[in-house]
Write a protein that binds this ligand. Structure first.
Ligand code: TYD
Ligand code: MG
Length: 437
């Protein structure tokens, strides 16, 4: 066709051949008789398969988040805000992958910068190759020559493919480059880590664009001003998404934190008001975290409400319950709530500890120092049961706490004798006040 009927331009039509297998014959009947060159439905029982062999990264927290190690040919996306420690995490993975050939492709930092950082992290791996390049075609050329055991791309937003015209970081480039790495990983069986910056809205380069293309999505989160970082498994084709790893950012890199409770509770000689310990679950792990509240008379006109590591709307809900149920006078108070260590808490089981800390601060009375709280607070002030209560109590036991406050709904089917802690039931916030203060 000479002229395009739609845009009116001349000679813009391009011929594309569509190849059809087994042409000429009429459709599926012929194919089904011969069954040539096409896969057939197979009985699930007859498929041979086995658990994939996993490569340990030597980093227990990273292994845990990956579901037990790196699976060959998998594409793993590490997302996180700038400055949270993604490059550091990937660089220091080299320490555990001693003797493996790693290709670290950086489009963000110069080789010298990476060298300086590697020295700080104490990495001495002769097989660690740094390549500062952003053109995917050139990177694939090198990768085919080098045959690395692991490829790390820092970051996917800096790459560009010649097949596409748009600028690096644009939606189509990021999608194309990810697709190319997906094919590379599957064809060569090489695991590929893609680092992706998360935009303000929390999505990786646009609306969840990459999540369906990769096998595993790990999100690195935390507060840049605190030292603790959480590596959360958002998606995993080879493991559970309830997993997570915890790190502490130090001068010489990220340190694995195997017992989070110990760092999330500050030890102090005397009890203070406004502090309560919550037994929360983060993924499959139970941990105890210190909740701090400060309730003071508002100095300026409008009372302030501030929550760090906790959703402000949920705090408002808890305050409303307290006002309605026990006449908590909040109208003229500044209220601050803080979760220790810069950890973000979503677990509703923290409600009970938060309510306790608020009342403790308001009344300026201390809570028994060896008490732990686990319960959700409902709108009518009732304390509701939470999941995995035995795991939470065990954690409190392990750390030498003496009392666990929980909903009576959680006591059903629990053997009290199994635990050293005394289990104290509370059913309403009114009851909590009576019991504690
Ligand atoms: P980085 O890995 O560059 O973050 P990202 O790749 O996610 O943007 O880490 C950035 C921060 O980590 C930086 O502000 C300094 C800090 N850091 C340490 O505190 N200790 C260290 O050993 C390293 C390497 C970095
Ligand atoms: Mg970086």
């Amino acid at each position: 066709m000479g002229r395009c009927p739609s845009c009116g331009e001349w000679n813009t039509y391009i011929e594309e051949l569509i190849v059809k297998e087994g042409s000429k014959s009429s459709g599926y009947q012929w194919k089904s008789e011969k069954g040539q060159g096409h896969s057939k439905p197979v009985n699930l029982e007859n498929i041979e398969g086995h658990e994939q062999i996993r490569l340990s990264t030597g980093d227990k927290e990273l292994d845990r988040a990956l579901g037990g190690g790196i699976v060959a040919g998998s594409l793993i996306l590490i997302g996180g805000e700038p400055g949270i420690g993604k490059s550091t995490l990937m660089l220091q993975m080299a320490r555990g992958l001693d003797g493996r050939r790693i290709l670290y492709v950086s489009g963000e930092e110069s080789a010298v910068q990476i060298k300086m950082r590697a020295e700080r992290l104490g990495i001495h791996n002769p097989e660690y190759l740094v390549y500062t390049e952003t053109n995917t075609q050139l990177i694939f050329l090198q990768a085919k020559k080098i045959k690395p055991d692991v490829v790390i791309i820092d970051s996917i937003q800096t790459l560009h493919s010649e097949d596409i015209d748009s600028t690096p970081g644009s939606v189509s480039q990021v999608r194309e480059c990810t697709g190319e790495w997906q094919r590379f990983a599957k064809e060569t069986g090489t695991p590929v880590f893609l680092i992706g910056h998360i935009t303000k809205e929390g999505s990786i380069a646009g609306p969840k664009l990459l999540e369906h293309m990769v096998d595993t999505v790990l999100q690195f989160e935390g507060d840049r001003h605190h030292q603790y970082r959480i590596l959360r498994t958002v998606k995993n084709r080879f493991g559970s998404t309830a997993e997570m790893g915890i790190y502490e950012m130090q001068g010489n890199g990220l340190r694995e934190v195997s017992n989070p409770s110990e760092i999330l509770i500050s030890t102090r000689p005397e009890a203070l008001s406004g502090i309560a310990i919550a037994a929360i679950m983060e993924g499959m792990r139970s941990m105890l975290i210190e909740v701090q509240a400060l309730v003071t008379a508002a100095v300026y006109g409008t009372p302030q409400r501030s929550a760090t590591g906790f959703e402000l709307r949920r705090l408002s809900m808890l305050l409303a319950v307290l006002e309605k149920r026990i006449g908590f006078p909040m109208g003229n108070k500044d209220i601050f709530l803080n979760m220790a260590g810069g950890i973000r808490v979503d677990d509703p089981a923290a409600d009970l500890a938060i309510v306790t800390a608020l009342i403790s601060s308001l009344e300026d009375k201390t809570v028994a120092p060896l008490a732990v709280f686990a319960g959700e607070v409902g709108l009518s002030g009732e304390i509701r049961p939470v999941n995995r209560i035995e795991q939470r109590i065990s954690e409190a036991d392990k750390l030498g706490f003496e009392q666990v406050y929980l909903s009576s709904g959680n006591l059903k089917g629990i053997e009290r004798k199994k635990f050293n802690c005394r289990l104290i039931e509370v059913n309403k916030v009114e009851e909590l006040v009576r019991l504690l203060f």
